[in-house]
Ligand binder design. Structure first.
Ligand SMILES: [Zn+2]
Length: 209
């Protein structure tokens, strides 16, 4: 135990520059004081580093609050700002939920979708076959475009049926589903889709409690 240790401590706590030089010379010779001083330096450096981190965090927080204050200041009504922010979060929440629902339905209703896809593919094939056969006459462009337009129209109607099914089975909204199906039935008069939409309406009505 070197008696000058206490002087070193004093020097540090009082920041006495005159004593410093004297002690530095001593610390270079005395192993005990050298070790003590090194430890002291290490502790001091660690403390300074920690303090620096805290300051940095504070600065970031200050910047965030400043920015929030500037954003809030541009809008005159505070409650309006809060409402707007709330709406933004609500929208985000809705989007996340929607994403989850879509993912959920993809996992659970894959077989169901596959079934519908097969039904639509068969229906599309049947419709194309029926309308493209008389259109085989290549000399007339009208006879080709007309069935094509009809195919396109039916494809759209099929998409509406799919929408109606999604409304019914995914959103449990059989009323909207039925009104879509009724419109499809009206538009699809004289085609296979008319009877198909009719069947779907009957199914929807039967399942209604
Ligand atoms: Zn010493």
């Amino acid at each position: 135990m070197c008696p000058k240790k206490e002087l070193i401590l004093d020097s540090y706590s009082n920041r006495n520059a005159d004593l410093d030089r004297e002690l530095v010379v001593h610390a270079a010779e005395c192993l005990d004081c050298k070790e003590y001083l090194d430890n002291f330096d290490q502790v001091a450096r660690l403390t300074e580093t920690n303090l620096l981190h805290i300051v940095e965090l504070d600065q970031i927080e200050i910047e965030v609050y400043k920015r929030l204050a500037v954003q809030g200041g541009t809008l005159a009504n505070t409650t309006d700002t809060v409402k707007r922010r709330f709406r933004k979060y609500e929208l985000l929440d809705l989007l996340i939920r929607l994403k989850e629902i879509v993912r959920f339905s993809w996992i659970n209703l894959n077989n169901y979708r596959l079934l519908w896809l097969t039904v639509f593919a068969v229906a599309l094939f049947t419709a194309s076959w029926r309308y493209l056969i008389p259109g085989n006459d290549l000399s007339s462009s009208v006879s080709i475009s007309k069935p094509r337009l009809e195919t396109f129209r039916q494809e759209q109607l099929r998409q509406h049926i799919e929408e109606a099914n999604a409304m019914h089975y995914l959103k449990n909204d059989s009323r909207t589903s039925q009104s879509i199906l009724r419109l499809v039935k009206e538009q699809a008069q004289g085609t296979d889709l008319e009877s198909y939409a009719g069947q779907q309406i009957q199914i929807a009505q039967r399942q209604r409690w």
